[in-house]
Ligand binder design. Structure first.
Ligand code: UDP
Ligand code: MG
Length: 277
């Protein structure tokens, strides 16, 4: 069986079209659609439940409030029972017509099949710049060509089981999938325009998400702290020599030498220790 995991926030208007396009794309396969309603205020949950009464292949997962896309994905992955699990957005920006291609690569023996963006959808200049710098910083820890990957992918059951071993609440799904390894293939796709509604992400929300993902995935911030510590220790050493020299020559203000040297040495030491911790 093939499982489709789709996080849904305010996608009531798209739900019907989504199901139809999935049905057409998966003709002849045994599948289930795990729809995760992420606490939508627009009745997506009710619409999802109604669909599941009509079509038993629809499995509704109803979250008690809005937890964010990453949490919705985790919940969906936990509920999915298929041998292959396909993760995709519910707003039709990830075309269901690509699914047979993903499945074909999986049947060739690939355990992770990434749908990569040939072309990013319509984005503002500032969004594009922010995304680019995020991926440049992220790239060091998750490998190159990461920017083109999306949350549209197929995972073999083994990969899903490996991912379910992670218990953190704030996950960076794309990064984790890149990190767990396995045999990986890529399939290109063009991001479609949003079918209805607007993006569920606020600018602050995206920034917080970027910051958390960076901190969780990269040791760069820690290394930077350690280096800052070493540099200020070195500067403290030099300044200490100069102040001592002034003291020896008898031109130092009384008490200045000990104060400045201890402040500098302690500051440097604390930063180095923080980096280690
Ligand atoms: N989504 C979600 N919870 C949220 C925000 C978004 O489950 O709090 C879902 C949304 O329904 C969609 C997917 O995550 O299926 C991607 O969201 P969106 O299209 O808003 O993001 P974008 O395409 O702008 O990255
Ligand atoms: Mg979208």
């Amino acid at each position: 069986m093939i499982s489709l995991v789709v996080p849904l926030y305010c996608e009531r208007e798209v739900l019907e079209a989504l199901l139809q396009r999935i049905e057409a794309a998966l003709e002849g396969e045994e599948w289930e659609l795990v729809g995760v309603n992420d606490g939508s205020p627009d009745g997506t949950g009710e619409a999802l439940s109604a669909l599941s009464l009509r079509d038993p292949r629809v499995v509704p997962v109803l979250l008690s409030r809005n937890f964010g896309k990453e949490a919705a994905l985790s919940a969906g992955l936990d509920a999915a029972r298929g041998q292959a699990v396909i993760v995709m957005d519910g707003d039709l920006q990830h075309p269901p017509e690509l699914i047979p291609t993903l499945l074909a690569r999986w049947r060739e023996g690939y355990e992770v099949v990434d749908a990569v963006k040939e072309q990013r959808g319509q984005e503002s200049l500032s969004y594009r710049l922010a995304a680019r710098s995020f991926y440049a910083l992220m790239g060091r820890s998750v490998g190159p060509d990461f920017a083109r990957r999306s949350d549209f992918k197929l995972l073999d059951r083994q990969v899903v089981d490996a991912l379910s071993g992670f218990e953190e609440r704030n996950r960076f799904f794309r990064g984790l999938v890149a990190w767990v390894g396995f045999r990986r293939a890529e399939v290109p796709f063009v991001v479609e325009a949003r079918a209805a509604g607007g993006s569920g992400w606020s600018t602050m929300g995206l920034l917080r998400y970027a910051m958390r993902s960076l901190l969780a995935f990269s040791s760069l911030p820690l290394l930077a702290i350690s280096w800052l510590g070493f540099l200020s220790s070195a500067a403290a050493g030099l300044l200490a020599l100069q102040t001592l020299w002034n003291w020896i020559r008898g031109v130092a203000v009384s008490g200045f030498t000990t104060t400045i040297v201890s402040v500098l040495v302690m500051g440097g030491a604390i930063l180095v220790c923080l980096g280690v911790v």
